[in-house]
Design a protein around this ligand. Structure first.
Ligand code: MG
Length: 355
């Protein structure tokens, strides 16, 4: 089963409401889709969202990376799966989202050739999942209204985007906490917006009022490992690293240094499924729980993340795969159920999503 053709296309969809974090604002989804065809007619689909502020990639750079890799893998046999993946990662460093899109399409093909859903091919059995939903950063009133809407749609966990101003952030979290039923869990994501000292002061203020979030995500700059450790040693709220961890090596350094509690795995950072699985295994060795997250991306790559969550269900116990729920139109065909907080994998072979 030979790779005969690789092409790319874009996937566009409007969002229900703008996505706002301390790093950026997004008004519509615009992803790159990778389509790999084989000589027996099987087609694999992959996808990635250019996120310049996190991975350094743009739509143009992703297309260029795939065009660069393409001639090296056309003509290869899918049966030589490992060597194709190794080649992709050897040919070009970084470009993690472009490589992830290629890997997702290759895993889709491999699972289709094996006539299995991807999660089963990866050893997973869990099919039912619950995701949180992101509450974009904004005024307190808007954030409360969005939080109440989310709860009315059945979400039990909210991920609150903060990080532009520690004082305002405390008020936001307190106001949302007070407006909600106490069984609703809050995850806080500051997207690198605070210093270590600000983080400790802010979390202590919340903790004194018995507001202990499920975790605080990436409060300080991605490379501020000392800062993460400083925070972890001083607060009760568990600390989750996102932008600080792309690779298994990054995670090992942070976990050995005891700088974090949890790991946020995203395929767009790990350069695909292979390293995401390894990252979950490494976290398990350290007893660190993982969340699987996504960029603002569409159903193909989000589905790939759900398959990974199933494959490593013992370690990946938290899902932040809400970006399909944020779309106001569904631009693909899928048998996977994406119903707000509820995601259910189907027994369709491969990833289960196609154009
Ligand atoms: Mg994050």
């Amino acid at each position: 089963m030979k790779i005969s053709c690789i092409h790319t296309s874009t996937l566009k969809a409007p969002l229900k409401t703008p996505f706002i974090t301390s790093l950026r604002r997004v008004d519509a989804l615009e992803d790159l889709v990778v389509i790999i065809e084989c000589d027996n007619g099987l087609v694999g689909y992959g996808e990635g969202a250019p996120t310049p502020v996190i991975t350094g990639e743009t739509m143009g750079s992703m297309v260029a990376a795939i065009e660069y890799i393409k001639p090296h893998i056309i003509g290869k046999e899918i049966e030589d799966f490992e060597s194709i993946l190794n080649l992709i990662h050897r040919l070009i460093v970084k470009n993690t989202t472009a490589k992830s899109a290629l890997e997702i399409a290759l895993y889709d093909l491999k699972a289709k050739a094996a006539e299995q859903p991807l999660y089963q091919m990866l050893g997973g059995t869990q099919t039912h999942f619950r995701t949180d939903i992101t509450i974009s950063m904004g005024t307190i009133d808007k954030m409360i209204a969005d939080s109440l809407d989310a709860v009315s749609l059945g979400y039990e966990t909210l991920k609150i985007k903060i990080g532009d101003d520690p004082k305002k952030d405390i008020e936001r979290v307190k106001a949302i906490h007070n407006a909600l039923d106490k069984n609703i869990k809050l995850r806080l994501d500051a997207n690198q917006g605070w210093t270590a000292k600000e983080s400790v002061a802010l979390l202590h203020t919340l903790e004194k009022q018995d507001i202990i979030a499920e975790f605080i995500e990436q409060p300080v700059k991605a490379d501020d490992i000392e800062g993460l450790k400083y925070i972890k040693e001083r607060v009760k709220t568990p600390l989750l690293a996102d932008e600080s961890i792309f690779s298994v090596k990054d995670a090992r350094r942070l976990l050995e240094f005891e700088a974090i509690d949890y790991v946020n795995i995203k395929l767009a950072k790990t350069a695909g499924i292979t390293q995401a699985l390894k990252l979950a295994d490494l976290s398990a060795e350290f007893g660190a729980k993982c969340m699987i997250g996504c960029m603002l991306e569409g159903p193909i790559s989000v589905a790939a993340g759900v398959h990974v969550a199933s494959a490593k269900a013992d370690t990946i116990t938290m899902l932040d795969l809400d970006s399909v729920a944020l779309l106001s139109e569904h631009p693909v065909k899928t048998d996977i159920l994406f119903n707000e907080s509820e995601i259910v994998l189907s027994d369709t072979i491969g990833i289960g999503v196609s154009l």
